[in-house]
Write a protein that binds this ligand. Structure first.
Ligand code: BMA
Length: 863
């Protein structure tokens, strides 16, 4: 395949070169020529000389699986059987053909490796052309002198990352903590290697220490000059005008006269000029005014409008290169100003303070090259559907593929971007620091043009660990000084310098969590990881106390859907403490919390709030309700406290394997109960009834930029539907605010009735429509006197599946609808039905169902 393509490509290319001094042939337009080298790859375990077909981009684990050498590591405890792979070296090779014309034609021929995982010696025709040591960067190697006419062999030798790491570890006579790496202390090597930390195991993921060519390999040939890069920034923007500036970076092999152009789609702005380029790197600045710009806004606040910027480069006769960029014009600032509590911490988009609603994301797949565009689409769709406007690309994994950020640009999802450092300290040798510098510069340049990119953050919890996990006390003074200096060099010099130099408008935050001025997180400024709930065993009401300024992590685990559990386990494994379920649970923290196990913690929290069911299926269902309740409590509390609190990013949106974890959407894309609850709690207009200080208060939160007025209907009913209290209030909620719209004493409202069979319902109507609603129970679920009730189901066929009406005589709590095989998606689920009412839900499915009989219905009333 490559041979054919290469010949074809080169012929086109050379007809261009041959015509170079005459008029341009059409086929030369848009050069340089780039060819993917992704065919005919084979791989072998070093020392065996047994070769098997390989897929590039790919990874050794998926290649071994495809060749039947290993079983699926996600099934039961198979992961244990594949650990040997990390200790071996692996070789990948292929051949490709090059014809004579290539060798004599273009000025530059280079091999471009977009990602090698990780310690890779690359040989072209037996000459070593590259020693790679960082999976997070791409490599360009000029190969003209090593190419031969006819067949060329490309061979890549991957050294075991664990063994390489071990060599480095042994050079130190002190330990560098790496809290979540799933290996015994003294064998945690990840910090020595610039490779996805989570490959070494994390508290929600398996240990699969991969090797391989994880991103495409290309042969790129060009002459005269190419556009190497473009940088765009918004200097100023409002509804009337915007100023956009930046520069093109052009690499020229020949000095001389060239022409550059920029076109902005749909508007007459742009520029065209003649430039004199020198040999080497040239920066061509530009600046333009855009009249009546369509600004880029976040999800649910406005349209995330993108302009197409088209750059081109010409010599006196020919079009040499083009560069296209979708860019959203907007201003974005992180605002930290002194106030009565401490300092603010919020993002200001186009001059408007915006509350950030979202979640932390991890890669949707442990075997990172298997992340397809479709998986990223699902991830971002799930964020969009849950009314999010920010995700945090967390620092223990990988910088996302360009495509992830393109999706965020298109969907109005801002990105809090960590550099890839998490829960660990780093070695401080010069090579390592230089490697980090290159990685930072490479990724800052790669991602800086995305309007969705909101912030660069140095690391996840390294600073916190230093102060709170005993790290700073574990060293002799001289070692402590060295280790801390290394921390400062990386997070206070190398990374911020890279941001300052290449992305000067973007905010840099050295570590999460942290307070203003580089001090420990204190809830008065900066951001916070609120783990007092879950790790700290506090009740959910703790989310409502001493609310931080920006909560960039918090969470509680649940089991994934039974359909997901069935795919990785057998019936005999179905109990929360079976060997397989314990194995699947990675929330054990031998280093900080010996003896801690997430499955026990789920059960412990369940005991606080629910009756713990005997059957495993019901345990799974209730674990999801528990998690949903925690996230609802947290998000509502954070939002009620706007603008004191301006962000709520829970841990974690997704999974990287079928797991018991904090995710709200499981590995196979099934929404857990929490995802429905998060969606509701994140609605731009939200009403939140609370029982505080003996009073029932209703807060209304309005994230829109216009005030909203309407009628608030509140009522207290019992579980059979008897109305004990009701009121209608005219309410107005100013733009972008949170406000108490109702308040009355609980004693007045409940009038001596038993609280465990009452609920308080709130409906906010405007223009005859319900724009927000919510329910408040006065007791924990386990104390509620839930009645026996009869649920009726009816359905009508729709183009995408069925419209299902579910009704109940009496209160039905947390109605869970399921299809027999788990296929299809319900537009709503795990909802309460008020006595005598019904709820209409869309079931999206391409399967034929006898809905009334096939649907499985569970409720808390039934347990
Ligand atoms: C956080 C993260 C991760 C971890 C999660 C759950 O603090 O930063 O390191 O996976 O908590 O423990």
């Amino acid at each position: 395949m490559f041979q054919k393509k290469s010949l074809l490509g080169m012929l086109f290319f050379f007809s261009g070169i041959l015509m170079f001094s005459g008029s341009c042939k059409e086929q030369f337009e848009g050069a340089p020529v780039t060819l993917e080298i992704n065919d005919n790859w084979e791989f072998s375990q070093a020392g065996t000389d047994e070769w098997m077909p390989a897929k590039v981009p790919g990874t050794v684990h998926s290649d071994l699986m495809a060749n039947g050498v290993i079983e699926d590591p996600y099934y039961r405890m198979n992961e244990d059987d594949v650990q040997w792979i990390e200790d071996e070296d692996w070789i990948y090779r292929t051949t490709f053909n090059v014809d004579e014309s290539l060798l004599s034609g273009p000025d530059v021929i280079e091999l471009v490796f977009k990602g090698l995982d990780t310690y890779a010696d690359v040989f072209l025709n037996d000459t070593k052309i590259l020693e790679a040591d960082n999976m997070f960067v791409g490599w360009n190697v000029d190969v003209r002198e090593h190419l031969v006419e006819g067949e060329n062999e490309l061979r890549i030798y991957f050294h075991s990352p664990v063994k390489e790491g071990m060599k480095k570890l042994k050079q130190l006579d002190y330990t560098l903590p790496a809290v979540n790496e799933q290996a015994p202390e003294g064998e945690r090597t990840n910090v020595f290697t610039r490779k996805a930390p989570f490959h070494y195991g994390w508290d929600w993921g398996p240990r699969l220490v991969t090797s391989g060519i994880w991103k495409p390999v290309e042969l790129k040939a060009w002459s005269k000059a190419v556009i190497e890069d473009v940088y765009v920034q918004t200097d100023q923007a409002d509804e009337q005008t915007a100023t956009v500036s930046g520069f093109m970076t052009i690499n020229a092999t020949k000095s001389g006269k060239y022409g550059v152009e920029m076109e902005l789609d749909g508007v007459p702005e742009g520029f065209s000029k003649n430039v004199e380029l020198k040999q080497g790197t040239n920066k061509i600045p530009f600046k333009l005014e855009v009249n009546n710009p369509k600004l880029w806004w976040t999800n649910r606040l406005g349209e995330p409008h993108l302009y197409s910027f088209n750059f081109s480069l010409k010599d006196e006769i020919c079009l040499l290169d083009t560069y296209q960029l979708n860019y959203g014009i907007r201003t974005l600032k992180l605002v930290q100003e002194p106030d009565e509590t401490g300092h603010t911490f919020y993002f200001e988009l186009n001059g408007v303070p915006v509350f950030m609603k979202g979640a932390n994301v991890i890669p949707p797949e442990t075997l990172t090259p298997l992340i397809t565009e479709q998986r990223y689409q699902q991830l971002i769709n799930n964020a969009v559907e849950a009314n999010m406007n920010m995700i945090r690309v967390w620092g223990g994994a990988i910088y996302g593929d360009n495509y992830l950020y393109e999706l965020c640009d298109e969907n109005g999802i801002l990105v809090w971007q960590d550099f890839m450092f998490a829960c660990a300290l780093q070695p401080g040798d010069e090579d390592h620091l230089e490697n980090i510098r290159k990685e930072a510069e490479y990724n800052v340049k790669r991602l800086r043009n995305h309007p969705s990119l909101a912030l660069w953050c140095g690391n996840n919890e390294n600073f916190h660990g230093w102060h709170e996990w005993g790290w700073k006390d574990m060293y002799e003074p001289d070692v402590r000084d060295f280790v801390w200096n290394t921390y400062e060099k990386i997070f206070h010099e190398i990374l911020p310098n890279a941001v300052e130099k290449y992305d000067p408008q973007r905010a840099y935050w050295p570590s999460t969590p942290m307070s203003y001025g580089g001090t420990k997180a204190d809830r008065k400024s900066g951001d916070e990881h609120d783990w007092t709930i879950w790790f700290g065993r506090k009740p959910f009401s703790a989310f409502e106390e001493d609310v931080p300024r920006f909560v960039s992590e918090y969470g509680l685990q649940s089991f994934p859907s039974m359909h997901t559990i069935r795919r990785f386990s057998e019936k005999q494994d179905w109990s929360y403490d079976s060997e397989v379920m314990r194995h699947r649970q990675r929330g054990r923290m031998p280093y900080i919390r010996p003896g801690f196990d997430g499955n026990d913690m789920i059960k412990w929290y369940m005991e606080q709030y629910y009756d713990v069911p005997d059957s495993f299926e019901n345990f799974v269902y209730v674990s999801q309700l528990l998690q949903a309740k925690a996230y609802k409590t947290a998000i509502e509390a954070h939002r009620r406290n706007k603008p004191h609190c301006m962000g709520s990013l829970y841990w974690q949106l997704n999974d990287c394997w079928p797991a018991i974890s904090w995710s709200t959407v499981d590995y196979y894309g099934r929404w857990k109960a929490a995802h429905y609850f998060v969606r509701e709690a994140n609605e731009p207009i939200m009403v939140s009834p609370v029982n505080e200080d003996g009073k029932v208060r209703v807060y209304a939160v309005n994230d829109y930029l216009q005030s909203i007025s309407g009628e608030l209907f509140v009522k207290l009913i019992d579980f059979e539907g008897k109305v004990l209290y009701s009121e209608k209030i005219e309410a107005e909620v100013p733009a972008n605010s949170s406000k108490v719209v109702f308040e009355n004493g609980l004693a007045v409202i409940a009038d001596g009735q038993e609280l465990n069979s009452l609920l308080f319902s709130v409906e906010f109507q405007s223009g005859g429509q319900i724009i927000a609603d919510n329910l408040l129970y006065f007791e924990r679920s386990k104390a509620l006197e839930l009645p026996e009730t009869k649920i009726e189901i009816s359905s009508v066929k729709t183009p995408d599946g069925y419209s299902v009406t579910v009704s109940s005589e009496k209160l039905a709590k947390n109605v869970f609808l399921d299809t027999p095989d788990g296929s299809g998606h319900f537009s709503d689920n795990y909802f309460d039905i008020l006595p005598g009412e019904s709820v209409v839900v869309d079931l999206k499915t391409d399967k034929e169902l006898d809905v009334e009989n096939d649907l499985i219905v569970n409720t808390l009333n039934d347990l």
